[in-house]
Design a protein around this ligand. Structure first.
Ligand code: KG4
Ligand code: ZN
Length: 350
């Protein structure tokens, strides 16, 4: 069962062909980073225009890479939301047209469910080479979704049975990274550039707060942490000589990163303990962060809890995760008439 999946919810134009929800036969991600770096962030209108230009070439490329033809595709899938409405519309309109013309079934996918489904992908073919991901799913498990727009914690008692425990009250973890990067004058995209600078920093130098970590709930909050960073930058940066600034900024970045990672860990660990979970899944763009991955792996290993985290390229936005989730929906017969599909920027689950 091969699904051709498309993702255009923000600033990545991506297509993938996914077999049985687990094997990525081909994937292409066209990132608009170079464009948005000029403005320091995503301008929705500009993002949509780039999707228009790239979407058909990206789809053609996955066919070329996989050496498959339209007749080998059993269904199409697309991110219907949440996301930027104009970006979503390009993917949705393209895919509904193709589904109609090719007479294929169409599966609308929630972007956030897609991120979580990435943790079930076992194989990614990349030209002549391939990545094999050992996936052993254990339930009950706790799932943490950390992206640019969302920070949510779930308990999964069985496969496909997910209940949200809590989410952020203000900024998402990715947003916190992006804002902190801009405070430190780092280039867009903020998360990766902050974590790169943090590699040479001392994460023990500044004791930033771990927001909400003592509250008896599963809520997160990052706006106070951002303010703490701004205050600290104003206090310490003007005091040092120019040649010491780089090291100081690295120490600030590393200490900030540790505060975000540790506060995510504390809430996840609390849920693991409460529900007796044997596994933790981390998904979303921030799950590409090396410190987060290492911190979770190390700390949960000590408790005999396994951590399932997709390879970094499946954490940030991509169409393979949409194909993985679409397969689950396909089995549940959740399809839509191509003529009825619309982009849904605030896609809520029912
Ligand atoms: O999931 P994603 O690609 O898009 C959304 O659905 O939002 O997540 C993007 C977010 C951005 O905030 C980006 O800065 C962050 O993920 N991110 C990272 C890293 N890579 C991406 N944050 C920290 N460290 C990274 N390596
Ligand atoms: Zn995303």
């Amino acid at each position: 069962m091969n699904i051709l999946a498309i993702e255009t919810s923000c600033d990545e134009t991506s297509a993938a062909i996914v077999k049985d929800g687990r094997e990525v036969l081909a994937m292409v991600v066209y990132s608009q980073i170079a464009t948005h770096a000029k403005t320091g962030g995503v301008v929705p209108e500009v993002a949509a225009r780039e999707h228009v230009v790239k979407i058909l070439p990206v789809i053609q490329e996955v066919f070329d890479l996989s050496r498959l033809a339209v007749r080998d595709i059993h269904a199409l899938a697309v991110t219907a939301g949440p996301g930027l409405v104009t970006s979503l519309m390009i993917g949705v309109d393209t895919v509904r047209t193709l589904a109609y013309m090719w007479n294929k079934k169409l599966i609308p996918v929630n972007h956030l469910d897609g991120h979580l489904a990435a943790a079930g992908i076992t194989r990614v073919v990349q030209g002549e080479s391939e990545i094999i991901v050992p996936v052993r799913e254990v339930f009950p498990r706790v799932a943490l979704l950390v992206s640019g727009g969302h920070t949510q914690l779930f308990i999964e008692k069985k496969r496909g049975e997910r209940m949200m425990l809590g989410q952020t009250l203000d900024d998402a973890a990715g947003e916190a990274f992006d804002k902190a990067a801009s405070v430190l004058d780092l280039p867009y995209p903020g998360g990766p550039s902050l974590s790169k600078l943090a590699e040479i920093g001392d994460d023990q130098r500044f004791a930033f707060p771990r927001p909400m970590s003592h509250a008896d709930n599963y809520l997160f909050s990052y706006s106070g942490l951002k303010t703490a960073l701004i205050d600290k930058v104003r206090e310490v940066l003007p005091r040092v000589k120019k040649e010491q600034r780089e090291k100081l900024r690295a120490d600030l970045a590393a200490s900030f990163q540790l505060a975000v990672v540790d506060s995510l860990y504390r809430k996840t660990a609390k849920a693991v303990q409460h529900f007796g979970a044997k596994q933790v899944v981390i998904a979303g763009g921030v799950a590409a962060n090396k410190k987060l991955r290492d911190y979770f792996l190390e700390n949960f290993a000590e408790q005999g809890v396994s951590v399932l985290v997709p390879p970094p390229m499946l954490c940030t936005d991509n169409a393979a995760m949409i194909g993985a989730e679409a397969y689950r929906l396909w089995k549940k017969k959740i399809l839509i008439d191509p003529r009825k599909l619309e982009a849904n920027p605030s896609y809520q689950k029912d």
